[in-house]
Design a protein around this ligand. Structure first.
Ligand code: PLP
Length: 371
């Protein structure tokens, strides 16, 4: 292949992370099952690096920009970031967010390791007012599972003017829809477990950054924390990311259609999907998001027990936690005790997969008839 022009994201994820071209060389990277490598060398040992990780990291970097480190899970990646904060650091963070992140922050505060100011990320004035004295701003947008949208360009810009470190959990949107590093963020994080790998068969996380000193500190966290991915899982995630653009396209198209139909259903009280023109966050989202992801949350006119009945009554959509796979999943979020008290008890989160949208709607409509 001759020198390539800068590729668009859908092509970049297919082309990136391939071995160099040689006669009869491999088209795909191999699964490098090695705990060690011959000296003299740079990587040296399997906790420091692995060629299959590197291939996946190149593919994620092709989307996010910067350089990428992969970890054994999304939480391992987030923990690495919080581990490099100095003792007593003040962090501003989304008050709604992934329940694991929320639990981690709570534990770090209880241990007097850091201080956290919680903000409604969809209220830019509230976020900006919390920033003075903050060392790091940790954003999630759209938030899990409230689907609030932060005005990322405005907030990241203001935080960087104040020299505050900014990390964005980009899991719900993916870099196909928004690129935090291009907006000035220091770190873009993904739970690779979700849309990037896309088949609900691996757990993995990633951190991407343009800042080489920060990269080195995070890499050291991975080496010493040891929360590394397996080579086979990395290969599966790389195989999954090749189809990210086409999966997202289908899932997003169906999500918009289902959100619209849900919003008109007599048993549904409220729908949150930033792609719906009637959604309170649509105006903000459309300023900078290319499309709006494939997660919907909605509340029924009914009790939490009714919501459980609905989720248990589907035959195509699985009642299970997680999101971002080819298969649609839903659950009542408060079946988890770690879910934030300000999330409604009967809220159902639906992750839209790539099944035929009419089969999905038939399943949803029939399940809503079960209470
Ligand atoms: C799932 C998820 C995580 C955690 O990722 P794991 O791979 O499960 O550790 C973090 N943030 C968001 C938004 C998630 O959905």
């Amino acid at each position: 292949m001759s020198e390539q022009k800068k590729l668009r994201p859908a092509s970049a994820v297919v082309a990136a992370g391939r071995p160099p071209i040689t006669a009869d060389g491999e088209l795909n990277p191999s699964i490098s099952l090695n705990s060690t490598f011959h000296a003299p060398n740079e990587v040296g040992y399997g906790r420091y690096g692995n060629p299959t990780w590197s291939a996946l990291e190149d593919a994620i970097s092709a989307l996010e920009g910067g350089r990428t480190l992969v970890f054994g899970s999304g939480m391992a990646a987030i923990s690495a970031v919080f581990n490099i904060l100095p003792r007593g650091a003040v962090v501003t963070a989304s008050k709604h967010g992934y329940s694991g992140t929320m639990s981690l922050l709570k534990k770090l505060v209880e241990a007097e390791r850091i201080e956290v100011r919680y903000v409604d990320v969809s209220n830019t004035d509230e976020v900006l007012a919390a920033l003075p004295g903050t060392v790091m701003l940790w954003l999630e947008s759209p938030t899990n599972p409230a689907m609030e949208v932060a005005d990322l360009p405005a907030i990241i810009g203001a935080a960087k003017m104040m020299n505050i470190g900014v990390g964005v959990d980009n899991t719900f949107a993916t870099a196909l829809n928004q690129q935090p590093l291009a907006m000035g963020a220091d770190i873009s994080m993904n739970s690779v477990t979700k849309f990037l790998s896309g088949h609900s068969d691996v757990l993995m996380g990633s951190l991407s950054t343009n800042d080489s000193a920060l990269f080195t500190r995070l890499e050291e966290q991975r080496k010493l924390g040891g929360a590394i991915p397996g080579p086979f899982e990395s290969w599966l995630a790389l195989r999954g990311i090749r189809t990210l653009a086409i999966r997202m396209k289908q899932s997003q198209e169906s999500a918009l259609e289902l959100a619209d139909r849900l919003s008109k259903h007599p048993k549904v009280a409220k729908v949150r999907y930033p792609g719906l023109p009637s959604d309170p966050h649509h105006e903000t989202a459309k300023k900078f998001m290319k499309s709006f992801g494939a997660v919907i949350s909605f509340e029924i006119h009914g009790t939490p027990a009714d919501a459980d009945k609905v989720c248990g009554a589907s035959t195509l959509i699985s009642q299970a936690t997680s999101l971002g796979g080819v298969e649609s999943l839903w659950e009542r979020r408060h079946r988890w005790s770690a879910e934030s008290p300000s999330i409604p008890e009967n809220l159902i989160r639906l992750s839209v997969g790539i099944e035929d949208v009419e089969d999905l709607w038939a399943d949803i409509d029939s399940a809503l008839g079960y209470y």
